[in-house]
Design a protein around this ligand. Structure first.
Ligand code: ATP
Ligand code: FE
Ligand code: MG
Length: 341
């Protein structure tokens, strides 16, 4: 089978065609980085307009490249939340229109489920269950992925997401937006021990994350003018790594058997974080799986793949499915002070 995937929840407009046997047959992605750069972050109204402009021609392009007609598709999968609602609606409504015109089933995908299942697109041998560290611009969570649609949240952030902390650190250091890759690059030239920075919640028995205090400490370190920017970047990245490993330890210690540790989301592109996680998994005889970089940041192939997984379990959605700006993967998770979706 072939699934069309559509992604428009943040600042990437993307369309992809993915087969149920894990082939990405065509894909397009347009980043709006330049549109938002002057504002230092994503402006929702600008994002929605850009998605509206780019998405339809992009879908036409992937269909043409694969030489497919709408009724060759087995499903049309679109991100239906969480995210910036204007953009989500552009993608979801486009998918509904195509589904209605063609009679092909619609599948409304939770963007986080796209990230959560993306490692299975890249690696056919990855089976359920696995522990997932989901680290992106909007989320920082540890989940047990027990099956398609079966997600148990173990930890989340009580304030900022880790990608957000990278972006704010970049802003403080004048590195521009998006900050993650720029901070990582600068950190390579710095000393990770040079600047004393806090590790919020490390040592706490609660498994959650907190990064707001770390960001404030970065701001103070910069303000003193006593440190090189590269040392601040390296020390920040080291603090982030230490927090991730400690929080994973607390989350996973009580769980009987966790065969694999999987990382997903945009921050999973960070090599220092990847190798630290790999070491953590090795120490515990867990398999470590990280999707290729292009599947870590927002993309439509992961949405199409989540659609393929849902389709395989016999699921689809009605044409009146409502876009959800907030949509937790684990609706049963205990609410946490300040935590987002
Ligand atoms: P969400 O998926 O939670 O809605 P999002 O769409 O903004 O949020 P992604 O596109 O998955 O998230 O990831 C973007 C985030 O990843 C940004 O915060 C960016 O700074 C961060 N990021 C990207 N590359 C790196 C890197 N090499 N090191 C650290 N962070 C990175
Ligand atoms: Fe994302
Ligand atoms: Mg993004």
């Amino acid at each position: 089978g072939i699934i069309l995937g559509i992604e428009s929840s943040c600042d990437e407009t993307a369309a992809a065609l993915v087969t149920t046997d894990r082939r990405i047959i065509a894909q397009r992605i347009a980043s709006q980085i330049e549109d938002h750069a002057p504002y230092g972050g994503v402006v929702p109204e600008i994002a929605a307009r850009a998605h509206a402009e780019k998405l339809a021609p992009m879908i036409a392009e992937v269909m043409a490249e694969a030489a497919l007609e709408l009724d060759d598709l087995d499903a049309i999968a679109a991100t239906a939340g969480p995210g910036l609602i204007g953009g989500v609606m552009v993608g979801l409504v486009s998918a509904k229109a195509l589904a209605m015109a063609s009679g092909v089933p619609l599948i409304a995908i939770n963007h986080l489920e796209g990230h959560a299942l993306s490692p299975r697109l890249a690696d056919e041998s990855l089976e359920f269950p696995y522990a997932l560290l989901l680290v992106s611009g909007g989320h920082c969570q540890i989940l047990m992925v027990e099956g398609v649609g079966e997600y148990r949240r173990l930890a989340t952030t009580i304030d900022d997401a880790l990608g957000e902390a990278f972006d704010k650190t970049a802003k403080i250091l004048g590195l521009g937006y998006p900050g993650g890759p720029a901070v990582e690059k600068l950190a390579k030239q710095g000393d990770p021990k040079a600047v004393p920075l806090p590790r919020p919640l490390v040592g706490s028995g609660e498994p959650h994350f907190s990064f707001a205090g770390l960001k404030s400490a970065v701001l103070r370190a910069k303000d003193t003018s006593q440190h090189e920017d590269a040392d601040i970047a390296a020390s920040f990245q080291q603090a982030a790594v230490d927090c991730l490993l400690d929080r994973l330890r607390v989350s996973l210690d009580d769980i009987e058997k966790v065969p694999a540790l999987v990382v997903a989301g945009g921050v999973a592109a960070n090599q220092a974080i990847r190798s630290a996680l790999e070491g953590f998994a090795d120490d515990r005889s867990m398999r470590f799986v990280a999707p290729p970089l292009a599947l870590c940041t927002d993309n439509a192939a992961m949405i199409a793949w989540a659609g393929a997984e849902r389709l395989a379990s016999g699921q689809s959605d009605p044409l009146d499915f409502v876009a959800k700006p907030r949509w937790p993967l684990d609706p049963d998770a205990e609410p946490v002070r300040g935590a987002g979706a």
